[in-house]
Design a protein around this ligand. Structure first.
Ligand SMILES: Nc1ncnc2c1ncn2[C@@H]1O[C@H](COP(=O)(O)OP(=O)(O)OP(=O)(O)O)[C@@H](O)[C@H]1O
Ligand SMILES: O=C(O)[C@H](O)CO
Length: 534
């Protein structure tokens, strides 16, 4: 498994497989994990930065040269500057550089530590800038944490923006991970102090909305600060979304979207996570001082923000591929969120429901009970746009023994209790395995046993938490097999140690190691269910 995924070109090759070719019959010898892998590669392939950017903008040279994005045309006359920050920004910048040609005067991008070497190694030259590029690249934010290099990049970006005039156009490339790659703490806050607050919030399960509200309040560039610095230049932001619902004020903390969180909002969040008493003094000072921007724009009409890629796009591609492989396929939601253990329960119940349905158990108290539990849990989780009533009906009507693929995307949260190494995808995969193991001891166990089940959860950026894995896959047999190797799943879970578990279990066979993929549209989960040969 590990070696099959090690090279990024695998992902690239998968993109070339034509999608949606109708149903085909594939040999049963192809394992579910090969299918799962293919779906993940395809999903990532469609949101790779270069093709996405080419779809989003074009330079028209008939008549007056202009940059066309959606319904807007921006006149260009060697007045173009570029800045960017985020995990997917290097590939976006490489594509932009090709499109913009000599109109591009200068640029600075802040990208993850090690990304150039990783892309080079994987032979993904199209994601690298050309030699002697006008765009300067700074790598930083190792393990997704702001550091001195990211700080340096942020101050260069700010300087570039501040030097622009009303005749200039600033192209801003934004993707997830941008918050850590554009740190500019408001004085007197030090980088370490800001990092401490954001790290504590993240570890206590704060949502990205909460986290980035605080980041905006403590930063010079977030919450519209970059657009303010660039004023009166025109600002065109192309945004690759890694946040549920694609809210542009939250993605990378919205550096080109005006928003000014009130002290009240911040205090509420800090109180909720019990952080008020341990705040650095500098943070208290900034939060209690009212900020004003006398030289800033009155409105943000000089800014055009456009979302050019998202999790839904990736899921749609995976769906086409799954259908092509012969699965009855359903996208559950591109907004999957909530605590990992509860989301794992939901997935386990869904899997049980599918097995009961396709095993031909049309009616009965067992299925009614699973259905009832499922709907109740889904309602409690309040996942935006998740309506299970119709999909459950459709599943009930499925022909017997039909292979099923359920897809979802989004971002779950983990409340860290232990000090192990892991990420939300690996923890989710492990939790699902535990839930399925428990379900085997219930009335649904017999039906579960008649199916092969694969659960896969991965970050599309290729990095799940502070680990080198993109995610992991699991099955209903995992807990028993782990026990045979002397590994107790519950012990690892209670210490948030999913990465250590998966590294040890079957020599890391269940880990997905893609390396950084060069894109980032949150996480993707795939559930594959197929009747066993009997
Ligand atoms: N030991 C662990 N087990 C499970 N989850 C963890 C562990 N350590 C950190 N995490 C989780 O990993 C997440 C951070 O992961 P990651 O660096 O992939 O962030 P991200 O949200 O994808 O970043 P970005 O949004 O900037 O792309 C946090 O939600 C954190 O709770
Ligand atoms: O950078 C960030 O803030 C997160 O990735 C959300 O966009």
């Amino acid at each position: 498994m590990t070696s099959a995924l090690k090279a990024l070109p695998n992902i690239r090759r998968a993109c070339m497989i034509p999608a949606c070719q109708g149903q085909a019959s594939y040999p049963r010898s192809i394992s579910l994990w090969e299918h799962g892998l293919h779906l993940f590669r395809s999903a990532v392939g469609v949101v790779l930065p270069a093709p996405m950017l080419r779809r989003a903008m074009a330079l028209k040279t008939d008549g007056c040269p202009r940059l066309v994005v959606r319904d807007r045309a921006f006149p260009v006359r060697r007045n173009l500057y570029l800045v960017g920050f985020g995990k997917a920004v290097l590939g976006m910048a490489a594509a932009a550089e090709k499109i913009l040609g000599d109109h591009l005067i200068q640029g600075v991008v802040s990208v993850p530590h090690g990304i150039r070497a990783c892309l080079q190694q994987a032979g993904m030259e199209e994601m690298l800038l050309k030699p002697h590029s006008r765009i300067q690249v700074i790598e930083g934010a190792k393990h997704n944490l702001p550091d001195k290099e990211a700080l340096r990049a942020a101050s260069m970006i700010r300087e570039l923006a501040e030097g622009l005039t009303a005749d200039d156009l600033l192209l801003v490339l934004i993707s997830g991970g941008g918050s850590a790659l554009l740190p500019a703490p408001t004085p007197p806050i030090l980088l370490e102090e800001k990092e401490k607050v954001t790290k504590l919030l993240a570890s206590r399960g704060a949502t990205i909305q909460e986290l980035n509200t605080i980041r905006k309040a403590l930063s010079l560039m977030k919450g519209g600060g970059l657009a303010r610095a660039a004023y009166p230049a025109q600002v065109l932001s192309l945004i690759l979304s890694d946040v549920i619902g694609n809210p542009v004020d939250i993605i990378a903390s919205g550096p080109t979207v005006y928003s000014c969180p009130s002290a009240q909002d911040c205090l509420q969040i800090l109180t909720k996570y019990n952080l008020l008493s341990i705040l650095p003094r500098s943070v208290e000072t900034v939060l209690s001082s009212s900020v004003s921007y006398p030289s800033g724009p009155k409105d943000y009409s000089h800014v055009y923000n456009v979302v050019i890629g998202s999790n839904s796009l990736a899921l749609e591609e995976a769906k086409c591929q799954a259908e092509d492989l012969g699965y009855w396929t359903l996208i559950l939601s591109a907004a999957m969120c909530g605590e990992v253990s509860r989301v794992a329960k939901l997935y386990s119940q869904l899997i049980q429901f599918v097995c009961l349905s396709t095993a031909g158990l049309a009616e009965g108290p067992l299925r009614d009970q699973v259905r009832g539990d499922l709907l109740k849990l889904a309602a409690e989780l309040e996942i935006p746009g998740l309506n299970l009533v119709d999909p459950l009906k459709a599943l009930q009507g499925l022909e017997s023994e039909r292979s099923v693929c359920l897809l979802a995307g989004g971002e779950t949260t983990v409340q860290l209790r232990g000090n192990g190494k892991g990420g939300r995808n690996q923890e989710l995969a492990l939790q699902v395995a535990l839930e399925l193991h428990r379900a085997k001891a219930t009335g649904a166990g017999y039906f579960l046993g008649r199916y092969e089940v694969l659960f896969l959860s991965c970050g599309t950026d290729g990095q799940d938490g502070p680990t080198e894995a993109a995610g992991a896959f699991s099955s209903q047999e995992l807990v028993d097999k782990a026990a045979q190797e002397g590994l107790n799943v519950e012990t690892f879970l209670s210490n948030n140690d999913s990465y250590t578990f998966f590294s040890k279990f079957q020599n890391g066979h269940h880990l997905l190691l893609t390396g950084l993929t060069g894109t980032n549209v949150m996480d993707i989960q795939a559930i594959l269910i197929r009747a066993r040969d009997r």
